[in-house]
Design a protein around this ligand. Structure first.
Ligand code: ADP
Ligand code: TPW
Ligand code: MG
Length: 575
């Protein structure tokens, strides 16, 4: 018998990794070269893949995670062993926390030496270290298993609750030769990587019955709802039921923030007042005060407010994690929302007018108050006068991506800048982590080809600022606005001891972040007024040139920890 998978041609580990990724439509790599993946990056580029090479692996990892959120396919980050792997690991853990699909592929040193701890180059048991920080971790030792390894990584990243996956590729693997036809036959094209999960009919009925009984219903959209790409059905559900909705920060834009049912401007009214809350891809974690306490109308920190909850989530263990969930719906958001829509039909009574008009009244009052504040033009820009400009620019460019990090720079942007389209806003996510800025901005530009606006606290920017070189090198249409208030939260702190060191919370005064962009051939602008900021942003978006605007913000304008002073008991007491 002849074996028809035998041929004289040879392939190797490098080629099989590339072929397996391409076969699965994964053609953009965010990474940083070095032993043992230098040649892999060269060969990937030669084979038509897009290789975006960063200055630090954490930023490459963050880019991969953002790409995963935007596309629903795992973003790929490629690093060298030990230190490069560890630099990428923070991003992998963050992606897992955010439920973004990502695969961190790291080269590793020789197993035989690592396991005996004989002191190899960049020696580390990477697989063991990655395991507790991600959703799944795999190692491939033989070239013929590369196809399986990559297929398992893809399925683990995107099926069920998405997350980060680690794939360990030892140096020796890349050079392993094997018969080309057998190699080709070993690759797997993953079919239905994120299978739909249909909710059970009794769970749908339970949810509909509860929703029908509500006098003051509320829908909460989380970033899972944005990720699910079920935009049309979510819009239909909201509009057919007439229920007011609140978007979490990365769910902004699934429906335009200017939608008449959007209750963002009445958040502190609707949360404690609502009687039935439908959570769509949002966890009742710290960002929602764990479903308890004053935010929800509960007396005291630990008490619930008496709301009944319906929770749509793909993870069967999410319900009851903080408060009792009366009607859990386990399934993918697309299937769950369409099942609700089918049950609602045309005879559904819209949310009671008494409730929706009370919400509208509160909202209109708050919007008017905000408009007054935004119209003020103080001598030195503050968050409101500067972000009023950003708000207009985003309104005029609804397809632009918005990246946002900082404390005050984050919280004020989230509440002031309306979003108009889904998956356009990328921010600090579930961990509230600083350092996502430039990695997210690079991925936003690469994956969408739209202009990117990054609103960055000056401290936040510092975590990934060196990537302005990457942005210039790849000539990406990124406009960074550094909200420069000379420090973390504020710039006016002094060392209380009177010693020669500055306060731990302040930076060099009058720092010119715009010069950093100029150093690499991009456009740097200093803006001291809203008019200057507007001109510079308009020009950046029109020209698509890498731009950094150093926006001078009143160093006394911010508050400690932005809007989360409650998590900072010491300073909360002080104020
Ligand atoms: P936010 O921070 O915006 O409130 P979270 O990150 O807390 O959002 O919640 C996102 C939730 O969405 C997670 O519990 C996750 O399991 C869920 N999720 C993600 N993708 C899907 C999907 N396709 N279908 C259903 N649930 C999903
Ligand atoms: C990885 C703690 C939260 S917000 C922040 C820090 C250091 C910076 C706030 O200052 P910024 O914004 O960006 O200038 P502004 O407008 O208020 O002045 N390390 C990590 N993540 C977090 N969240 C921190 C530290 C933190
Ligand atoms: Mg600052």
């Amino acid at each position: 018998m002849t074996n028809d998978t035998q041929s004289t041609e040879q392939t190797d580990g490098f080629q099989l990794v590339i072929d397996a990724l391409k076969l699965n439509g994964l053609t953009t790599i965010y990474g940083l070269p070095g032993i043992p993946v230098t040649d892999l990056t060269r060969k990937m580029q030669a084979e038509g893949m897009r290789v975006i090479s960063f200055r630090h692996e954490q930023n490459a990892g963050n880019a991969a995670a953002a790409a995963g959120f935007m596309t629903g396919k795992p973003g790929i980050c490629l690093t060298v062993s030990a230190p490069g792997f560890l630099n990428g690991l923070t991003a992998l853990a963050n992606a897992t926390t955010n439920c973004f699909p990502m695969i961190l592929i790291s080269g590793s040193s020789e197993r035989e030496i690592v396991d005996l701890q004989q002191g190899d180059y960049e020696e580390m048991d990477q697989l063991a270290i990655a395991k507790p920080l991600c959703k799944a971790a795999f190692r491939v030792l033989n070239a013929e298993d590369i196809g399986v390894g990559i297929a398992r990584a893809i399925r683990s990243a995107v099926s069920g609750r998405p997350g980060g996956v680690y794939l360990d590729l030892p140096a020796k693997l890349f050079g392993q030769a094997m018969d080309a036809a057998a190699g080709k036959a070993s690759l797997i094209k993953v079919i239905d990587a994120a299978p739909r999960q249909i909710p059970a009919p009794d769970a749908v009925k339970r949810a509909l019955d509860l929703l029908k009984s509500a006098k003051k219903p509320l829908i909460l959209l989380g970033k899972g709802a944005a990720y699910a790409q079920a935009d049309a059905d979510i819009k239909a559900l909201i509009e057919k039921t007439g229920i007011p909705y609140l978007p979490m920060s990365m769910a902004k834009g699934i429906l335009p923030d200017t939608h008449e049912q959007c209750a963002s401007a009445a958040r502190s009214f609707v949360l404690p007042e609502a009687d039935v809350v439908l959570l769509v891809g949002a966890r009742l974690n710290w960002l929602l005060s764990h479903g308890k306490g004053k935010t929800w109308g509960g007396q005291g920190h630990k008490n619930a407010g008496g709301q009944k909850f319906i929770q749509i989530d793909i993870s069967p263990t999410e319900a009851d994690s903080n408060v009792a969930i009366d009607a859990p719906m386990v399934g993918d958001i697309g299937s769950c929302v369409s099942a609700l829509l089918a049950g609602i039909g045309s005879s559904w009574a819209k949310a009671p007018a008494e409730w929706t008009s009370a919400v509208a009244d509160r909202k209109n009052k708050n919007v008017a108050k905000m408009a007054e504040t935004l119209a003020k033009n103080p001598a030195v820009m503050n968050y409101h006068s500067s972000l009023n400009v950003v708000r207009d620019i985003v309104k005029a460019n609804p397809d632009a991506m918005l990246v946002n990090e900082g404390a005050n720079a984050l919280d004020f942007t989230r509440s002031i800048v309306d979003m108009y389209k889904p998956r356009k806003r990328l921010d600090v996510g579930t961990w509230g982590v600083m350092g996502i800025g430039m990695g997210f901005a690079v991925a936003a530009a690469v994956e969408s080809d739209q202009p990117v606006i990054a609103i960055e606290g000056d401290s936040a920017f510092g975590f990934s600022g060196m990537e302005v070189e990457t942005i210039c090198r790849y000539n990406l249409p990124v406009c960074i606005v550094v909200m420069n208030n000379n420090g973390v939260y504020r710039g006016d702190e002094v060392n209380v001891t009177g010693g020669k060191d500055p306060s731990p919370l302040v930076f060099v005064k009058g720092a010119r972040y715009d010069k950093m962009m100029e150093a690499f051939g991009g456009v740097g602008v200093q803006a001291t007024t809203p008019a200057e900021l507007r001109r510079a942003m308009e020009e950046a978006i029109k020209s698509r040139k890498p731009t950094l605007i150093n926006a001078i913000i009143d160093e006394t304008a911010g508050t400690e920890s932005g809007r989360i002073t409650s998590l900072n008991p010491q300073s909360a007491k002080k104020k």
